[in-house]
Write a protein that binds this ligand. Sequence first.
Ligand code: UDP
Length: 239
Amino acid sequence: MQKGALLYEGKAKQVFATDDPALLVQRFKDDATAFDGAKKSSITDKGIVNNAISSHMLALLEKGGVRTHFVEQLNDREMLIKALDMILVEVVMRNVAAGSICKRYGIEEGITFDEPILELYYKSDPHHDPLMNAEHVAAFSLCSAEQLQEIGNTARRVNELMKEFFHSIGITLVDFKLEFGLAGGLIHLGDEISPDTCRLWDLKTGKKLDKDRFRFDLGDVEGAYQEMLGRVMAASDGA
Ligand code: UDP
């Protein structure tokens, strides 16, 4: 496999072509942004941590029967992925109240929901990823009703598999964001699963081990990412 041209550069990742049009290389950067790009910096070795954790999580989900874009981890910052036609819907799953749901509805951080809450957001930077529902998805022709149903079912399955895994390494999975796309006409889970896209709290102390340390200047940002890497890798060594 030969790595080709840079096709896309986002806030935290780059995507490169390969000599196979069905495959791409996803490269993780150390750049970090928050609050719609208003806050910008870099987190030393974040790209290495996020590539390793994402590779582990996507492989774990594949094993659990979830179709993902993950093919293999190539090196410390890159993974080989299937090319997807992305669906412009971001799915957030919430087990515990934190972040925007607290602000939007005035609820206290840390409340555990009886049932996980699934939210849909329109993936559109210029419009600041607004919250939407299934009717918006249909009206804007973002995907079919059947595809949205499958996306929802997959997100719930992903939540169960991830909650169990993170619990086994002493972490509460508070919430996370997923993105989906199509390859060969089939829905695949894409993007990444990392401390950038999940809220992860230590089960015993409640310490935040995710991007909120960067967002809210909580200190020890690199330490938190390294702590998550250590726990995930220890689990994979034992697997
Ligand atoms: N999230 C993400 N990308 C986004 C928005 C949210 O990865 O563009 C993740 C975020 O890290 C958290 C979850 O989705 O784990 C829920 O985020 P929330 O809606 O609370 O928004 P935030 O507080 O991050 O603005």
